[in-house]
Design a protein. Structure first.
Lengths: 251, 200
């Protein structure tokens, strides 16, 4: 641990903020984020330009939504349902003290991943990161970043309907869940038995895994990846099958 | 200015290459054993080829299937839980979060890894006189390192620092501590504050 190593070097006034980032963030304090992170996550963030629409029209970060800092409270209803959505705030310089009240307010709404872009729009420009001019969005939209191996709801439904010969659907739910209804032609292997029954799965077809919420399907995907030799993707979404009725894909 | 679509095109093959690497078999039993120890765990623990251990970070738990996913570096490993599996330092699997490091003693069977004991990493002990509360931190951060006469160091890996950091912090990842001592103040009596992801 770093504190012990510094002690060995002779430092005498060492402090440890042991509760660290989670406690700092839960208390509604500002965390800075780097432009490099924002660029890497582009398209899968709620990126708020709080300089207002007029300033944003002149130039804004690609994908940003322009809102007025002073009117932010009124926009609560259009924030995403997913409280874990990464929310990035910026102004010209993004001084954290200026944005502290906004961070505290959004945090009090239940959001846990709020960050302030360090250096603000000026810092973004200085690094020549991508910007846009002209029209800017004024309504929030949020698409979560897909996990590796995730298949879209649309593509999954299309496979269920057309049943292409090069794909097989794998249902990893338990027997009692499968008893209520299954997809036609799906291979049934409860997740806890999957590792021992890999020989029942084809290596020459793509395996499309589903469960009820996406959690077990993702674990199944990792089991196949670790086993090697399988081509697979999984549905990371809720799906309910009752007899012949199928309710799916909420993302 | 770099086009965003171009960048996605670049990421694609990288992910593919990582996937291919991740799918390939491993050379020897010792390599295989070491592949179950996360790189962060190796900062403090010496690899023991005789110990049948998986060391990594909690990723997910399914009550329905009684399985646990542990991230060993970038690789998720799925482990089976049974009625015999012991759990240490947590009330239930649902209390474990993404910030928890796990040590799992396991038995390997043809149908997977069976956990014998799951140990949640307990927080390291810090002497009381060195501990800072969130309120004390808020006051210091508001002053800033210059006026508050302190150095604030984030011990987490660079990718975590890039994602989020306390204003005024500098990154001093623990594995590179010895190479980054220039970040420490000249005056050994000056206040030096360390933090990381939580009570680790």
């Amino acid at each position: 641990m770093a504190a012990r190593r510094a002690e060995k070097l002779g430092y005498t006034n060492i402090k440890v903020y042991h509760d660290g980032i989670p406690a700092w963030s839960d208390a509604g304090n500002v965390l800075y984020t780097d432009g490099a992170f924002v660029e890497q996550m582009m398209g899968f963030l709620v990126l708020l330009d709080l300089r207002g629409v007029e300033a944003a029209k002149k130039a804004h970060i690609q994908g940003a939504v322009a809102l007025e800092l002073k009117n932010l409270e009124k926009e609560k209803s259009q924030f995403p349902i997913d409280r874990k959505a990464p929310i990035i705030l910026y102004t010209d310089k993004s001084d954290w003290k200026e944005l502290q009240p906004a961070v505290k307010m959004i945090s009090s709404w239940g959001y846990s991943r709020i960050r302030v872009l360090e250096g603000g729009f000026e810092g973004w420009l200085a690094k020549n990161r991508p910007t846009q001019k002209g029209d800017v969005r004024t309504t929030i939209f949020y698409i979560p970043r897909p996990h590796p191996g995730e298949i879209s709801g649309d593509e999954f439904m299309n496979i269920v309907k057309t049943r292409p010969a090069d794909k097989v659907i794998l249902d990893v739910r338990n027997k009692d869940e499968a008893a209520e209804g299954t997809l036609e032609g799906a291979v049934q292997v409860p997740l806890d038995a999957l590792q021992g029954r890999l020989n029942e799965l084809p290596k020459d077809k793509e395996i499309i895994i589903h469960c009820r919420t996406g959690l077990r399907a993702e674990m199944g995907y990792h089991i196949l990846r670790n086993a090697g030799g399988y081509k697979a993707r999984f549905l990371n979404d809720k799906i309910t099958i009752k007899g012949k009725d199928l309710f799916c894909c909420y993302k | 200015m770099m086009n965003n679509r171009y960048r996605r095109l670049l990421i694609g093959p990288l992910l593919l290459a990582a996937g291919l690497f991740y799918g390939t078999g491993l050379a020897s039993a010792a390599d295989e054993g070491k592949a179950l120890w996360g790189p962060n765990c190796l900062n403090c623990h010496n690899f023991d080829p005789k110990a049948k251990l998986i060391m990594g970070d909690f990723q997910s738990y399914s009550r329905q299937a009684n399985l646990l996913t542990v991230k060993v570096g970038p690789r998720p490993v799925v482990v089976k839980l049974t009625d015999q599996t012991k759990l240490e330092n947590a009330k239930g699997y649902r209390d474990i979060t993404g910030d928890n490091a796990l040590k799992i003693a396991f038995e390997e069977k043809p149908d997977g890894y069976y956990a014998q004991k799951v140990t949640v990493k307990p927080p390291l002990k810090v002497p009381d006189n060195q501990l800072l509360s969130t309120q004390e931190m808020e006051k210091l951060v508001a002053l800033g390192p210059a006026s508050g006469k302190f150095v604030l160091l984030d011990s987490r890996p660079p990718y975590r620092f890039q994602e989020e950091r306390i204003p005024g912090a500098q990154n001093m990842p623990l594995p590179n501590f010895d190479k980054l001592t220039n970040l420490l103040p000249q005056d050994k009596g000056q206040m030096v504050i360390f933090y990381c992801q939580g009570s680790t």
